[in-house]
Design a protein around this ligand. Structure first.
Ligand code: SF4
Ligand code: SF4
Length: 579
């Protein structure tokens, strides 16, 4: 029978206590139980520094969660609740108050933890409560939305497969232009590489130049690397929302693709929580323990520089630079010296910020704070101490190694009117790279060397003019051409002959190109056939990208010019340009 206090409890409060019970593990119990209220952690929190409000001290905030633990799981709390500060959660208002504390007053930066003589991990306590609130949907909408995108689309910014592949395609062209080498590329889904590179979706959506910087560095050292077509998001909102199942789901997506591609190591791009989640947390959440090592991009680049594979010219970065330690690297990931080493090699004037490393102040945007707009005002107030720290360096650029920190620092720099820019470490390194191999100066004639000799290409299109154009270009470059004017004919030719590549129109009478594509991908014999979609109806793209099959190896809208056509065919067939 329910007790009297349970009868007046809200349904959500009852559920919250049930969830609390489920989430208790050894780590959580230790952190809940051992605080001696010495007050050592008070001054270490940037929220307290900004307000001097005792309610913003780490111990006070953790006590709001701890009191529930004491009420239900501590024998003294059950017998003498008033004595040890045990108190139940009873109402929806109690839960709202907890939401405000756990999501709006703590970035889970763990600075307080490093200053606690008892080793109390306040971020762990806060994350435990966040997980309960998220499950009850009493979390900020921004957190719930990002969680949903990671569950349903597989990345935190809702980037579709199509958008991802299109951006990478475009970046390949940018890379070729920047390096003057038409063979430079952003490799996609290549098996047996040295590195499978998992990135932050911000690099696809808002900051493609950081991905370009990584590609330039990999190019300079002739690295064998690839981006995966799926499972490419190294970030994990399971860490911020406390949703362990989501944490496992995101880890599984990345790990399974490393296995599928048989990469020799998994490297995560510059993202503090992405690195921490992927390397340290996701194996436990997902139950998948890769045999391949998991490294961060900066560790790999340090190796390149130390071994002499990567040459840098620091005179290319003249402005004074300081470094902001992302919390998840410095306090939860063990990466503090690599970025400093790289910056000293890449810039003329590197200046330390104080305090630094594990004692550094949070950028104020940790713990998913950048996705919770309702707390922006409080976040920016709490960023005051960070702003003072930045200003004191006199640097013109603050480098950091985390996309989330980039956004938070940019926001606070604007708010506090500091005269500074933010850069990723990798971008400064890429700017200082000296490429020793002789690049080709201009994009060369893409045909002319009979490069298609020995290759048979099936051209599938219902427009005779298009068939004539494609056939003529391929034959002029040494290729053998097969033709089909509809889907059924295409399948029949494929079953009789084995071309090296098929160009495919999507809209045709009878069996459409979309159906042909599906049939090929489902067919064990044909599934590996490279497909270059050339369509006049871009709205049909979704139909071939929004499914579980491997995407087409090439895509272009009509009209397509000869140069783009041959460049893409070269890429698909992996035929290098002749010098
Ligand atoms: S420093 Fe540790 S023991 Fe002291 S009040 Fe803070 S959490 Fe409690
Ligand atoms: S984890 Fe960071 S933000 Fe949270 S209470 Fe501790 S110092 Fe403050």
């Amino acid at each position: 029978m329910a007790s009297k206090s349970e009868l007046i409890k809200s349904a959500k409060a009852i559920k919250a206590v049930e969830l609390f019970r489920k989430r208790m593990n050894r780590q959580a119990i230790i952190s809940m139980g051992v605080c001696v209220h010495c007050g050592n952690c008070t001054e270490t929190c940037h929220y307290y520094q900004a307000t001097k409000d005792p309610k913003m001290s780490p111990a006070y905030k953790a006590d709001k969660v701890r009191k529930v633990y004491k009420k239900h799981f501590d024998w003294l709390g059950r017998v003498l609740p008033g004595w040890v500060g045990a108190k139940d959660i009873s109402t929806d208002e109690d839960l709202e108050e907890l939401k405000d504390i756990c999501f709006g007053s703590c970035t889970m930066c763990r600075r307080c933890t490093f200053n606690c003589p008892m080793g109390v991990d306040k971020a762990l306590i806060i994350r435990t409560a966040r997980g309960i609130l998220t499950e009850l949907k009493i979390a900020p909408q921004g957190i719930l939305d990002v969680n949903k995108d990671q569950w349903e689309i597989g990345n935190q910014m809702g980037v579709t497969d199509e958008e991802y592949l299109e951006t990478i395609d475009w970046l390949s062209e940018e890379l070729q232009n920047e390096l003057g080498d038409p063979d430079a590329r952003m490799p996609m889904d290549i098996p047996d590489c040295n590195i499978v590179y998992a990135i932050n979706p911000r690099e696809v959506k808002y900051a493609p130049m950081s991905l370009l910087a990584s590609a330039k560095i990999f190019y300079a050292v002739d690295e064998s690397w690839t981006l995966p077509a799926k499972g490419w998001d190294n970030t994990n909102f399971g860490l911020f929302s406390g949703d362990n199942a989501l944490g496992g789901h995101m880890g599984k997506l990345v790990f399974e693709n490393v296995r599928r591609l048989n990469g020799r190591m998994l490297v995560t791009s510059e993202c503090g929580h992405g690195y921490r989640s992927t390397k340290w947390e996701s194996p436990n959440w997902s139950g998948i323990f890769l045999k391949q090592p998991i490294l961060n991009f900066l560790e790999v680049v340090c190796d390149y520089v130390e071994s002499g594979r990567l040459k840098l010219d620091k005179s290319l970065n003249k402005e004074p630079v300081t470094y902001h330690d992302p919390c998840n690297y410095a306090r939860s990931g063990g990466i503090t010296e690599e970025p400093r080493y790289l910056l000293r090699q890449s810039v003329i004037d590197f200046r330390e910020m104080y305090p630094n490393r594990a004692d550094n102040w949070c950028c104020s945007g940790g713990g998913g704070a950048m996705s919770m707009s309702e707390y922006s005002k409080r976040r920016l107030e709490a960023a005051k101490i960070k702003a003072e720290q930045l200003k004191a360096t006199g640097a013109k650029i603050v480098a950091t190694a985390c996309h989330n920190c980039v956004d938070a620092l940019t926001d606070l720099i604007r708010h506090y009117k500091l005269n500074m820019k933010v850069s990723l470490v990798g971008e400064l390194v890429a700017n200082a790279v000296v490429i020793e191999k002789k690049p080709r100066v201009a994009v060369p004639a893409v045909g002319g060397d009979a490069f298609l000799k020995g290759n048979t290409i099936l051209v599938v299109d219902d427009e005779p003019d298009m068939v004539t154009f494609l056939s003529a270009v391929f034959e002029d470059n040494g290729g053998t051409v097969l033709k089909a004017s509809n889907g059924d004919e295409a399948i029949s030719v494929l079953r009789r002959q084995k071309p090296h590549l098929m160009t495919l129109d999507l809209s045709m009478p009878g069996k459409s190109g979309v159906e042909v594509f599906e049939e090929i991908r489902k067919d064990q014999e044909l599934t590996k056939l490279p497909v270059f979609v050339i369509t006049g109806q871009p709205e049909l793209r979704k139909l071939i990208y929004d499914n579980s099959y491997a995407p087409p190896e090439g895509y272009a809208n009509k009209p397509i010019d000869e140069e783009r056509l041959l460049l893409t065919v070269r890429k698909i067939l992996n035929i290098p340009h002749q010098s």
